[in-house]
Design a protein around this ligand. Structure first.
Ligand code: APR
Length: 231
């Protein structure tokens, strides 16, 4: 099987009931991202930020993987050394679908981070700013989410995978946020073919060799069946 790097966005989890950000009724139409997705917002009002992520964590724990997650997990299990799964999402639905290894470049709702010593640990169900860090005991607990203006996680690992990729596939992302939105060009420069699977054309659709439009729960299993069937 060819080396495949897959980038997923909120559209993959939309049919599991988790909100996207920029669609009609998306999270950024209800909340000001400056208040809940920046270090400055957290410094201003840590309780508001924890309430926002506690609600998203509860929503996530109540959600189920959809056929799109199941198909990507099946693909990675079939060839774990050939399929790199990178997600911008902070939910754990790909893991719960059975994906062996998911790279969360924007962090994870199920993890906490100490704002004082940067220790990371599995998050309790509901977090509060004064929760003591298990490592340094500082009352400086924040969600382990990469906010705007912060460096995404695992970029060296992602860049290395993009350099080796034969195929780069972006699924359910609007192509608005960098560095993820630039992965298609990085992969293409390194010689990969590129495919977009999305409900509608993303902001970067013109940079892809091919694109298929539809619901992730339909187009992703169809594409995975082609790859596994040798199509
Ligand atoms: N199936 C496939 N695609 C879908 C579906 C669906 N059922 N529903 C929505 N989409 C597509 C939309 O057409 C859109 O292009 O998913 C994309 C969602 O775009 P955004 O809401 O911008 O989400 P995303 O691209 O993941 O945002 C990237 O922005 O706010 C930051 O850190 C946050 O990780 C997030 C990043």
């Amino acid at each position: 099987m060819q080396r495949i790097v897959i980038l997923t966005g909120a559209g993959l989890s939309a049919e599991s009931g988790l909100g996207t950000f920029r669609d009609k009724g998306g999270l950024w139409t209800k909340y000001d991202l400056e208040d809940v997705a920046t270090p400055q917002g957290f410094a201003r009002n840590p309780t508001l930020v924890h309430e926002f992520y506690n609600a998203r964590r509860a929503n996530c724990l109540g959600a189920q993987p959809n056929p799109g997650h199941d198909a990507l997990a099946r693909l990675q299990r079939a060839a774990p050394d050939r399929v790199t799964l990178v997600t911008q999402n902070v939910d754990d639905l790909l893991e719960r679908a059975g994906a062996p290894s998911v790279i969360h470049m924007h962090g994870e709702l199920t993890r906490a981070l100490c704002a004082a010593c940067t220790h990371r640990w599995d998050a309790p169900y509901q977090m509060a700013p004064t929760d003591p860090c298990p490592a340094c005991a500082a009352p400086a607990t924040r969600p382990d989410i990469v906010w705007f203006g912060e460096m995404p996680y695992y970029m060296e690992q992602i860049d290395a995978a993009l350099q080796r990729a034969d195929l780069f596939v972006a699924i359910g992302t609007s192509g608005n946020v960098y560095p993820a939105a630039g992965f298609v060009q990085e992969a293409a420069f390194a010689g990969a073919r590129t495919l977009e699977l999305n409900l509608e054309p993303s902001a970067t659709v013109s940079l892809f060799d091919d694109a298929r439009f539809g619901l992730a729960s339909t187009v992703v299993p169809e594409w995975v069946a082609e790859v596994l069937g040798g199509g």
